[in-house]
Design a protein around this ligand. Structure first.
Ligand code: ADP
Ligand code: MG
Ligand code: ZN
Length: 472
């Protein structure tokens, strides 16, 4: 179609890095929602005479992101001063990178389409302003936090593609422990650049959209802007997404744009990335997309489960160890294929529930004991009710499941005892038995339930049913 207008979108994404300390000082990088201005020092407050020291951990995290996204890591990289005057930056300039970023020319594939990444650089975050009625308050806890900026080429063509890109990036950042990248906490901030291209004009006039606080608003703002740009004359400007009206509103025109007068930061020597690269490559063993596919193939789990084991890497590792232990147990048993499914279910629901948000790394149950536990269920050696009791005890003490069974005499329940209870239940429920005999076969369920109650879950439901069918 000759006159069709094609959306052309590029993203600028800022990410706060999860490091122990800030970018250029030793303040603890943990000031979010803490007492305002409690995580500050003369360096991050920009006092004259102070000198910045580069946080190596932050440099490594940016390079790690770059390697994960197939970037080139240039041998030479440097910091620059980005000059502007605003209260959120007490020095009057932000230390950033202009001409020599840490990473260049990478890509991230979204539904098999390559979205090119132009650059990834490192800078410092600014303080946060709180506009009150008649004054503005400043909190510098965020000032000087390591901030990574990633810029894509304008390769994105729709709102959904943009949000998929951002989500996939978030997965990678979390997986590699680069950032928690929580948009609500401002740890990941997305700016959208969007224009409409036609055959005549490949890159149309572009608009930048800010104030996007969720993946959903990224998507909606783009969809809104595509329609608006088709109808209105587009001028180059910055617009803000307004959540309440679900529209974008003009914030500032191009003429008001800054000239940052970049120049090399004289207080920081150039960075040489080479020394880190080998080490970082070794740390990235498997990337999220590859891990997800491997889990699906190797264990036959579905997309949703595979995703959980990718995002919660420790849980995924625990699962893998369990399965390898389970194989040993299965050599001794019938080798029930459902054991794997049981392991998945117990891990994702019961164990996760018991952990109450804590990491699987804190668990006392070893993968070996957990595998034995799963094996006992899959071999029908214990009922699911007893299993819950055992699991709780294992969780509290880290005990071996067979020890729990012995100690609590959980399987101390023989046929003779079952017989006794079945007889008792028949005697105590004459009407129910009568109903059964008249053809209401389903009431046997009630009788089995009674046996379960008296035996505290120790009776085997199948055996109990058989006893009843014999007797009534
Ligand atoms: P600036 O220097 O104003 O930040 P850049 O050239 O660095 O502009 O580009 C910023 C972002 O805007 C990049 O993600 C880029 O892909 C995107 N971009 C550039 N030109 C266009 C355009 N015409 N339409 C949509 N996005 C664009
Ligand atoms: Mg830019
Ligand atoms: Zn500081």
């Amino acid at each position: 179609m000759p006159n069709e207008l094609k959306p052309t979108i590029g993203l600028e994404i800022h990410v706060e890095l999860k490091t122990a300390s800030k970018m250029f000082c030793s303040c603890v990088n943990d000031g979010f929602e803490k007492e305002p201005n409690s995580h500050v020092c003369p360096i991050c407050l920009g006092h004259p005479g102070t000198l910045p020291t580069v946080n190596k951990e932050a440099v490594k995290k940016v390079i790690k992101t770059g390697i994960a996204l197939g970037c080139q890591i240039p041998e030479y990289s440097q910091f620059d001063r980005k000059n502007y005057f605003y209260p959120d930056i007490p020095k009057g300039y932000q230390i950033s990178q202009n001409d020599f970023p840490l990473c260049k020319k990478g890509f991230l594939s979204i539904n098999r389409k390559k979205i090119r990444i132009r650059r990834i650089h490192l800078e410092e975050d600014t303080g946060k302003l709180y506009h009150e009625k008649e004054s503005t308050l400043i909190d510098f806890n965020r000032g000087g936090v390591p901030l990574m900026e990633l810029v894509t080429e304008p390769d994105i063509e729709s709102g959904i593609e943009a949000s998929c890109f951002a989500r996939e990036l978030q997965t990678i950042l979390r997986y590699l422990d680069i950032s928690d990248a929580d948009m609500e906490k401002g740890q990941m901030r997305i700016e959208v650049n969007i224009s409409l291209s036609s055959q005549k004009k490949r890159l149309g006039t572009r608009v930048e959209i800010k104030n996007l606080n969720s993946f959903r608003s990224v998507e909606r703002a783009i969809n809104y802007e595509i329609e608006r740009q088709k109808k209105e004359k587009v001028v180059q400007e910055t617009r803000g997404w307004d959540e309440s009206s679900q529209t974008t509103k003009s914030q500032r025109k191009k003429e008001e744009a800054h000239d940052y007068r970049y120049f090399p930061e004289p207080d920081i020597p150039p960075l040489s990335s080479r020394e880190f690269i080998g080490e970082i490559k070794n740390e990235i063993k498997e990337l999220p997309q590859a891990r997800k596919e491997r889990f699906k193939k190797e264990y036959g789990v579905d997309e949703k489960i595979a995703r959980i084991f990718v995002l919660n890497k420790d849980l995924g590792n625990y699962f893998e160890e369990t399965i390898s232990e389970l194989k040993e147990w299965q050599k001794a048993g019938k080798g029930d294929g459902d054991a794997l499914k049981l392991a998945v279910n117990y891990l994702i629901s019961d164990i996760q529930g018991l952990l109450m948000g804590k990491s699987i790394k804190t668990i006392l149950i070893t993968p070996e004991n957990f595998a034995e536990f799963i094996f006992l269920i899959s071999e029908k050696k214990i009922s699911s009710k007893i299993a819950k009791m055992i699991l709780l005890e294992m969780f509290k003490t880290g005990a071996d499941p067979s020890d729990v069974i012995d100690e609590k005499k959980l399987l101390d329940f023989d046929d003779h005892k079952l017989e006794e209870i079945v007889d008792k239940v028949i005697l105590e429920n004459p009407e129910v038995v009568e109903n059964y005999r008249r053809g209401k076969k389903e009431v046997v369920q009630f009788l089995i339930g009674q046996v379960m109650k008296f035996s505290q879950g120790k009776a085997d439901p199948q055996k109990t049913r058989e006893r009843f069918l014999e007797k009534i």
